[in-house]
Design a protein around this ligand. Structure first.
Ligand SMILES: Cc1cc2nc3c(=O)[nH]c(=O)nc-3n(C[C@H](O)[C@H](O)[C@H](O)COP(=O)(O)OP(=O)(O)OC[C@H]3O[C@@H](n4cnc5c(N)ncnc54)[C@H](O)[C@@H]3O)c2cc1C
Length: 411
């Protein structure tokens, strides 16, 4: 009988942990399962790293994807602090930096993404921080404790949450972004403008349409010079300018990549025995013309779970409408969709009241939606976007029309 070498999962983040969980608990897979992770920690969730965990209101145990003991109980091997450096898909073997050699029958690459680095003079000065990992968050929390003047580079999701965290700690906070509003690429000018006002209401010096030219300082960062010629004092700079998928291992193994590891709707790569999941995967998606790469917590869960289905011979066909949440200034927004274009935005409610909702439309068809402090609403918004049907704009904007009714075809 041939040896069962089992399934190797490279990366030990959320997608990896969910794949291992579903292999054992959903599909009853009883072969060897090994997670190889280059961080020292068992799989954990990242959203709190820029929110409660950073502020010290949430503890480390709350980050864990599974309780301690889960991996032992489920006979899942965790190789932590080990980087997979070589992947031979023909021989079906991988090697780690410490020389561990592992045979597998199938492999999942769930290596996630890393923070994009700032490429300006002075960017390597002490006092310049990035946030991707739990260790980054620990370092940043310590730095925030003693910082006076915080400058955040980037007003995307991460930069916006970091601004809220810095203000919650009472730090002088400046946010710099070359685009016209925070979250401009996702939300556009109308709704991005609302978030700009929120930052300003909370005392942030928000500088949109401005870029960082250089970080200045002798032994540590002391100031930020921007393209307008202004020099802003800074003893702590946090860079949040996006993430780059960790595709290098897959590229060296000969897999097709294009700003992510290319996978089909079953998450299969260009090699039939190899799958990719989570932030690193760029998926052919039934709802989109071009492959999409989604850097969301929910997508890591959907992908991890779907990868387990594919590995055990069930078609996963991931077609979920992407879902994202973010907490800023004690307010939580939820956003669904991944549109490349829209031509107008319809809102219901007032921006400062819970339940405020915005819809992005391509013609008459809602392609994305966002709601504030409105738990339970996202599933209806997701159904609405998934339906991809024309909807009367007056009904979208009318708070009297229940959200669940919007996804139903007009009578
Ligand atoms: C600070 C922060 C806040 C966030 N907040 C939100 C939020 O509020 N809402 C939301 O929807 N999403 C949020 N996200 C995004 C969400 O956390 C990610 O989409 C999710 O973590 C992706 O999971 P993943 O398993 O694909 O990758 P990751 O979580 O990145 O895990 C991949 C793991 O693989 C490791 N690895 C890489 N290469 C190798 C290798 N060669 N060998 C071994 N290990 C390797 C990495 O170090 C990492 O530990 C946030 C992300 C960050 C960083």
């Amino acid at each position: 009988m041939p040896t069962n070498h089992g399934i190797a999962i490279i990366g030990a983040g959320l997608a990896a942990a969910k794949a291992a969980e579903a292999l054992r608990l959903t599909h009853g897979y009883d072969g060897p399962v090994t997670l190889i992770g280059d961080e020292a920690h068992a799989p954990y969730e990242r959203p709190a790293l820029s929110k409660g965990y950073l502020l010290g209101t949430a503890d480390a145990a709350g980050l864990d994807v599974h309780p301690v003991g889960f991996y032992r109980d489920q006979d899942i091997t965790l190789l932590l602090g080990e980087t997979a450096t070589d992947l031979d898909l023909e021989a079906r073997r991988l090697r780690t930096g410490t020389g561990t050699d592992l045979a597998f029958d199938q492999v999942v690459i769930a290596t996630g993404a890393r923070a994009r680095r700032l490429g300006v003079p002075g960017a390597d000065l002490p006092g310049v921080h990035y946030l991707r990992s739990r260790d980054d968050s620990d370092r940043l929390r310590a730095a925030l404790r003693s910082a006076a003047d915080v400058v955040i580079v980037g007003a995307g999701w991460l930069g916006s949450e970091l601004a809220a965290a810095a203000r919650a700690l009472g730090r002088t906070t400046t946010v710099i972004d070359p685009l016209p509003t925070p979250l401009y690429a996702v939300l556009g000018p109308e709704i991005g403008g609302l978030f700009a006002q929120r930052h300003r209401d909370h005392g942030v010096d928000l500088r949109c349409g401005e870029s960082v030219e250089a970080l200045l300082g002798a032994d540590a960062v002391e100031a930020v010079r921007t393209t307008t010629g202004d020099t802003i004092p800074a003893d702590l700079v946090i860079v949040g300018i996006g993430a780059i998928p960790n595709t290098e291992l897959a590229e060296r193994a000969g897999l097709k990549t294009d700003s992510g590891i290319l996978v089909d709707a079953d998450l299969r790569t260009s090699c039939p025995a190899a799958f990719a999941a989570g932030d690193v995967a760029r998926q052919r998606h039934p709802r989109h013309l071009n492959p999409v790469r989604v850097e969301h917590w929910d997508n890591a869960i959907v992908h991890g779970t779907a990868a387990a289905a594919s590995l055990t011979g069930t078609s996963a066909a991931v077609d979920a409408v992407p879902y994202f949440f973010s907490t800023q200034y004690a307010s939580t927004l939820e956003y669904v969709g991944h549109p490349l274009r829209w031509d107008r935005v319809i809102t219901r409610g007032t921006p400062d009241s819970p339940g405020f909702t915005a819809f992005w439309l391509d013609g008459e068809v809602p392609v994305a939606a966002m709601t504030l402090d409105n738990w339970g609403a996202a599933e209806h918004l997701r159904a609405l976007v998934a339906a991809a049907r024309p909807v009367d704009a007056d009904r979208l904007g009318d708070p009297g029309v229940p959200l669940p009714d919007l996804a139903r075809p007009a009578a």
